[in-house]
Write a protein that binds this ligand. Structure first.
Ligand code: ACM
Length: 548
């Protein structure tokens, strides 16, 4: 029997017994460093399901000093530091965004006497408690959770498991970003990559360059409101994420996608600004920061000096590097080399979109593979056509892109798998919704150019098999979904495109299973809806899933 846990655990065995958790149940903490994860677990279970467990007890004391519950009164959840029985679970491949080597493998045992969750590190125990959260949500009825007896031993396939969130095309306020962090945490995703800068806006404070936020943050796409995260707001977001074992990685997209920079500091722009008219009121800029000008590098240094300290948990800075339309190849490579050197000089490692492979990468660098679009189909004009002027530029870009992943691997760099085909969540939903209002939204949401994708499509691939040049897990840093917000106007749209896709991305990033059987997965997915409802998260109510 498979348990309603996403991502699927490495090994699960079940038996006929049950364990009942109720409001009388407590969490018993066997090592003081687990007090934090235990307290978080109690809070999250309440939000997921309404079940209020007793505050955690450190052996015989409650964490907050209140009177301990009678431990014999009800089954308890016991958490402890131990590596017992975890040897058979493979270690995670790849690298973590925090640069640490944290063992996330855990064990979870449900017997008629109670629940035990263990692992060699507090983070491992947190991952195990996250599986328990899902079991409780799926089995809660009338205030008690009757859990099936089971033993899980589990660990992640990949160390880097993330979501890239575009906060430029639509500015997502901090409260919404926290909801997204909550979604990541529930599916054991551990990276939030914030795409903080693009043509339509600049969303992070650089005190030495005040116009970036005073001018560059004023708008978004169309007439949507602008905004940026103050240093205080970012510190709060980064800490909120860290409390949930999520690392926030900043992206400063350069040398292209810099129209907001040029609006703020016109002296950094090329002498002649060029654009392609898309004929629908929008245009694509062909302008980039120029590597041959000293003022470019004074700017980049100011930005890195301000941004790097705002993301203390991240060992990486994402330098973008994508779609530098209109830029000569040698200029692009020279720019990436210099920007990468400035990141390394600040003690951070380099990650960028796959186009950075055209510069000089090394083993500590990470290139994010995204272009899985079929170039011949695009060239032949199959599917929705891009504007005529753009097509040759796009086709040239796609052809060059075919060499990126193999080149990065040959340099010893790792890849993050973010293929457009399976992990771009701005593809229109291919599944119909049972809700007529969502059907209306579905017509509006996602870039038509990509074509629709179903939830089932999202499961039908493998990060190793489907990334060019990759033959072993360790060539990947990990797996990251991406959501771009051109068509997304606010929180409801955002959540409708993230859910239910996000758990599918997590399944690919964490689960050791290389194939996923859709009916089996859909049954596990259906059990997620009670927690989503309790959390007031919006999700596409796909008619392909028998939601609870
Ligand atoms: C990208 O989608 N431009 C990375």
């Amino acid at each position: 029997m498979s348990l309603p846990v996403i991502p699927a655990p490495t090994t699960t065995t079940t038996s006929d017994d049950t364990c009942t958790l109720s409001g009388d149940s407590a969490v018993v903490v066997q090592s003081p460093e687990l007090a934090g994860p235990a307290a978080l677990f109690v809070r999250e279970v309440r939000l997921d399901s309404g079940l209020t467990l007793h505050p955690p007890v450190i052996r015989d004391r409650t964490v907050d000093g209140t009177v301990p519950p009678d431990e014999t009164r009800a089954a308890a959840v016991t958490v402890l530091i131990s590596a017992d029985g975890l040897d058979g679970v493979p270690s995670a491949a790849g690298v973590r965004a925090d640069g640490d080597a944290v063992d996330e493998r855990y064990g979870l045992e449900v017997t008629s006497d109670g629940v035990r969750v263990w692992g060699p590190t507090p983070e491992a125990v947190h991952r195990g408690l996250t599986s328990l959260r899902q079991l409780i949500s799926a089995h809660l009825q009338d205030g008690t959770a009757v859990l099936p007896a089971a033993r899980i031993v589990d660990g992640p396939r990949f160390a880097w498991r993330g979501l890239s969130l575009d906060v430029v095309r639509t500015f997502h306020p901090p409260a919404e970003v926290k909801r997204v962090i909550d979604m990541l945490a529930l599916y054991k995703l551990n990276v939030l990559h914030l795409h903080l800068t693009d043509d339509q806006g600049w969303r992070v404070e650089v005190p030495s360059r005040p116009a970036l936020t005073q001018v560059g943050a004023a708008g978004a796409i169309g007439d949507r409101p602008g905004g940026y995260y103050s240093q205080e707001e970012l510190a709060d977001l980064v800490a909120y994420a860290a409390d949930r074992y999520v690392t926030v990685v900043p992206e400063i997209d350069m040398p292209g996608h810099t129209s907001a920079v040029f609006a703020a500091y016109p002296e950094l722009a090329p002498a002649e600004l060029r654009t392609i008219d898309l004929g629908n009121g929008n245009s694509i800029p062909l302008n980039a920061l120029e590597p041959g000008r000293p003022e470019t590098w004074a700017f980049v240094e100011d930005v890195l000096d301000a941004v790097v300290p705002q993301f203390p948990q991240s060992a990486y800075v994402h330098i973008g590097g994508d779609e530098a339309w209109g830029m000569a190849d040698e200029d692009h490579a020279a720019f990436v080399d210099q920007a990468a050197a400035l990141v390394r000089a600040r003690g951070k490692r380099v990650v960028g979109w796959q186009e950075i492979a055209r510069a000089t990468l090394g083993p500590d660098d990470v290139a994010q593979y995204w272009i899985s679009i079929d170039v011949d189909a695009a060239d032949a004009g199959n599917g929705p056509k891009p504007p005529e002027d753009l097509l040759p530029i796009l086709v040239e870009h796609l052809r060059k892109a075919e060499g990126d992943a193999p080149k990065a691997l040959a340099a010893g760099a790792r890849l993050i798998a973010s293929p457009t085909t399976w992990l771009y969540f701005d593809r229109p939903h291919g599944d119909a919704s049972a809700d007529p209002a969502q059907e209306e939204a579905r017509k509006r949401l996602g870039l038509e150019f990509y074509g629709p994708a179903t939830l089932r499509d999202g499961l039908a691939w493998d990060p190793v098999e489907d990334t060019p040049g990759v033959t072993s897990t360790d060539q990947l840093a990990g797996v990251e979904a991406a959501i771009w917000c051109e068509t997304i106007t606010g929180p409801d749209d955002l959540e409708l495109m993230l859910l239910p896709r996000l758990p599918g991305a997590a399944e690919k990033a964490w689960s050791q299973q290389t194939a996923t059987d859709w009916p089996e997965y859909a049954a596990r997915l259906a059990e997620q809806s009670p927690a989503w409802r309790n959390r007031t998260w919006t999700w596409l109510q796909s008619v392909e899933v028998s939601w609870r």
